[in-house]
Design a protein around this ligand. Structure first.
Ligand SMILES: [Zn+2]
Length: 295
């Protein structure tokens, strides 16, 4: 697995949510696990400058965000360190997608979140910029590569749809943004049904890379989630990676980019126990992907 990770995409200053710290927590866990030897870290990618954010956002919003104004982001306490980390999280996803489009059947991780609720003129919740829109539209404009997103965060990812009308090329760059709903077995059944649609796209070669965003906040015990139990959450990973494996075995090029997305469990001050569950869910998902696709 190739990972686009630098400590500069991490922020631990003054954040009420632990999401800005999550890239480091996930990487620490991954690198102490049994797949560490199969992981190559790319840490030399540059931060995004404002021009890249302009792909999906109004200049007035970009300017006010980097000046410290966050009208819709109650989950974030702004700091210069946080603003700088966002330039790297967005760049990480773009470089992961770039790598996926250059390397056949690659498995690439961008350990990032904080994208899928942002719109052209504002962020929302923990999300500040629409990283998926920026990354995929930038790559489409460079190469014509088309992506499909499987967004299994517990909350509907509105940023792609909300960008249509502001950002030309969204619909050309992103063929599909799948967001399952429901609870328990019906949620898993939606994921299973989606594999039929995904297979049709792979067979027709209308998508060039897949982005798998298995948010930990679709777990029923998450502070902000209520969809599935642990077994069902992991079953969704098995369903997705198994389809990719089968299509690769049939001779198709199916590069996969993975991102983290949501996951929220509060701990008493100074403790790292409940949030460790969020990190472990992500790590289990990534290890299932490595076992099925690289094993
Ligand atoms: Zn969420």
């Amino acid at each position: 697995m190739d990972v686009f990770y630098t400590p500069q995409q991490v922020c631990t200053v003054n954040s009420p949510s632990r999401s800005p710290e999550k890239p480091r927590l996930v990487m620490d866990e991954l690198m102490s696990g049994s797949f560490a030897g199969d992981i190559r870290i790319h840490d030399d990618f540059p931060p995004f400058d404002n021009l890249e954010f302009l792909i999906a956002h109004k200049a007035s919003y970009i300017d006010s965000f980097f000046a410290g104004e966050l009208p819709n982001n109650a989950d974030i306490e702004w700091s210069p360190e946080f603003a700088e980390s966002v330039r790297y999280t967005n760049s990480s996803l773009y470089h992961a997608i770039k790598f996926a489009t250059e390397n056949e059947n690659s498995l690439v991780l961008s350990p990032t979140s904080g994208f899928h609720h942002a719109g052209p003129s504002a962020g929302c919740g923990f999300c500040t910029f629409s990283g998926q829109v920026i990354a995929s539209v930038k790559r489409w404009r460079e190469t014509g590569a088309v992506g499909a997103y499987l967004d299994l965060d517990g909350h509907y990812g509105n940023s792609i749809g909300d960008s249509v009308g502001f950002c030309t090329n969204v619909n050309e760059a992103i063929a599909w943004n799948f967001n399952p709903g429901g609870y328990g077995e019906s949620y898993v059944a939606e994921v299973r049904d989606a594999m039929i649609e995904l297979e049709t796209m792979v067979d027709a070669e209308t998508v060039d890379y897949l982005v798998w965003c298995h948010g930990a906040d679709s777990h029923e015990d998450d502070d902000l989630g209520d969809n599935v139990n642990t077994e069902q959450w992991l079953e969704c990973s098995e369903i997705f990676y198994s389809l990719v494996k089968r299509k690769r075995d049939e001779g198709f090029n199916v590069p996969v980019v993975m991102a983290l997305f949501g996951g929220y469990r509060a701990d008493p001050p100074g403790l790292y126990e409940n949030y460790r569950f969020v990190v472990n869910l992500h790590v289990q998902d990534l290890e299932i992907g490595m076992r099925i696709l690289q094993g």
